[in-house]
Each structure stands twice: as C-alpha cells, then as structure tokens.
Design a protein around this ligand. Structure first.
Ligand code: G3P
Ligand code: MG
Length: 272
C-alpha cells in the first residue's frame, strides 16, 4: 500500500497522518456532488463514502460568529438573500441550506469531524484580505481553546487564498498545520513554493489547471505536500494519483477512494 511519502516533513510526522493512504481524500464542501454543500449532512455523507477528511469554508456573521458557507452571499445555497457578513447569526441559522439543513457553525463541524476521527481542511474565506484576516483571527481564537490533547489539533489543516490570513493564523497558532491556496494561472511553480515555504505552510493547494508533474516533484523536493482542488473527473483524479499528489479534494469523494484503491490493487498484482 502506498503511504504518505513525506514522513520527513516535521509537521506531517508530528500530525501522525503518515499512516493514511495517499492521496488523502478530502470531500469538497462535504460530498457536494450528492448533498447540499457545506452542510452537516454533506460532511457526514463524505465520511460515509470513505473520505479521510472534509473541506469546508468558514465566514463570519454580522455579529462575529463563525459559520460554514462558501459564497459571500446566501443567495445561491439557501432560501435567503443578502451578504453573509450583513446577516446576524440568528438570521443565518434560520435559513434552509438545502433539504432542510441549516448553515452549520464551526463548532458543529468540529464536533462532527471529531466524532468521525477524520481530517478537516478549514478554508478561511473573505472577499478581500481584510475579511479573510478577520476570519483567521476568529478561527485562531476558537482553535486556541482546544485542549492540548484534542486530536483536532493534529487533524486540522487551515488554508486560504488570502496568504496574509494564512500568515496571521500561523503567527497566532504556530502548532497549526497550514496550506497555501493558489487558483490563478498567474502563479509560477517557483512562486507557489517560495510563498508556501515563507508562510511555514506544509502544503501548496493548487487548482489542477496550474499543476504539472514537475510542480509536484519540485514541491516534494522542497519538503511541501501537494493537495489539489477540485478534481471531479475520473481522468483528472487518475492523473493526480499518477503524479503522486498528497491530497485530492473532490465533490465526489468516493471516486478518489475507488481510484486510489484500484491503484493499490494493481500495485499488489504487479508486486510494486
Ligand atoms: O479549499 C479548496 C477549494 O475549496 C478552494 O476553492 O472556491 O471551492 O472554496 P472553493
Ligand atoms: Mg473551499
């Protein structure tokens, strides 16, 4: 069975996640291909489908409470209208996020991940750096309250497109594992690696369209892991596995689990 290769990466070693088969499968916004995104139902289903962890998006309500929702407005994913940061916690919690589900709180999400013993990639959202920084501060305050021996301290990986937000949460919580998200084509391989290393990140999180096999190799040589969002097509997932990426985010987590298992069975058959 192929195991995480970067056992020498100190944060990974400390985290003890080296025993999980690679690539680690993160259900994107839960199991978004099957259930309303970023809901407790979607998170539970992702784990039921075999995901090792889930990815979700954190934002602040108008009154400073942390909730899990992707867009800057509630318009697409709920029966309400308006900007998330203009609505109170109570108003947001009354909305239907699909199938009768509520917008989850960060606390509810932490509880579910803890119960399942899974991994959590917590993405800190914001329309700009200032908003993402505010989310990072609030997340840091919440995670600082985790007991020293809580496995969530090891199992959470925080990330953001806002690299200042990643820097800020790492400054506040040096023990927290962090990843740097990259989406645009403007990022070169060297820029992604240099920025991630400067942030003390354990991983780069690139979109497949800006990823090559060479980038995966270079990141590994630099001691960085590579977690890729969002791969839904079988061909893309198979390619990422062949490139030996460390994590894959998918709306269909079972596809990553099946493709990964197929590769392991083939390896066993060919004696690799
Ligand atoms: O964290 C990976 C991925 O979720 C980033 O993009 O827009 O789906 O939050 P988005
Ligand atoms: Mg996200």
């Amino acid at each position: 069975m192929t195991l995480v290769r970067l056992a020498t990466n100190p944060s990974v070693e400390r985290a003890g996640i080296g025993a999980i088969p690679t690539p680690i499968c993160y259900g994107h916004r839960g199991a978004r291909g099957h259930a309303p995104e970023n809901t407790l139902l979607s998170f539970a289903l992702a784990f039921d489908l075999g995901a090792d962890g889930i990815e979700c998006d954190a934002q602040l309500s108008a009154d400073g409470r942390l909730l899990i929702i992707h867009d800057g407005t509630v318009n697409r994913t709920t029966n309400g209208r308006g900007l998330v940061h203009d609505l109170s916690f109570d108003a947001l919690r009354q909305l239907d996020a699909g199938g009768g589900q509520r917008i989850p709180t960060l606390d509810e999400t932490l509880a579910l991940v803890g119960e399942r013993g899974g991994l959590l990639n917590l993405e800190m959202k914001g329309e700009n750096d200032a908003e993402a920084l505010a989310v990072a501060e609030a997340v840091a305050a919440r995670l600082a309250a985790l007991p020293d021996d809580d496995p969530l301290r090891r199992d959470i990986l925080a990330s953001s497109f806002s690299l200042p937000a990643v820097a800020e949460i790492k400054r506040r919580l040096p023990w927290l594992r962090v990843g740097a998200l990259f989406g645009g084509r403007a990022w070169t391989r060297q820029q992604m690696i240099e920025r991630a290393l400067a942030l003390g990140a354990e991983a780069i999180h690139p979109h497949p369209r800006i990823l090559t096999a060479e980038t995966v190799r270079a990141a590994h040589e630099a001691g960085l892991r590579v977690n890729v969002w969002t791969a839904n097509r079988w061909a893309t997932i198979r390619q990422l596995i062949a490139w030996e990426v460390d994590g894959v985010f998918s709306d269909f987590p079972e596809r990553v689990v099946i493709a990964r298992r197929l590769g392991q069975t083939r390896d066993r058959q060919t004696g690799r």
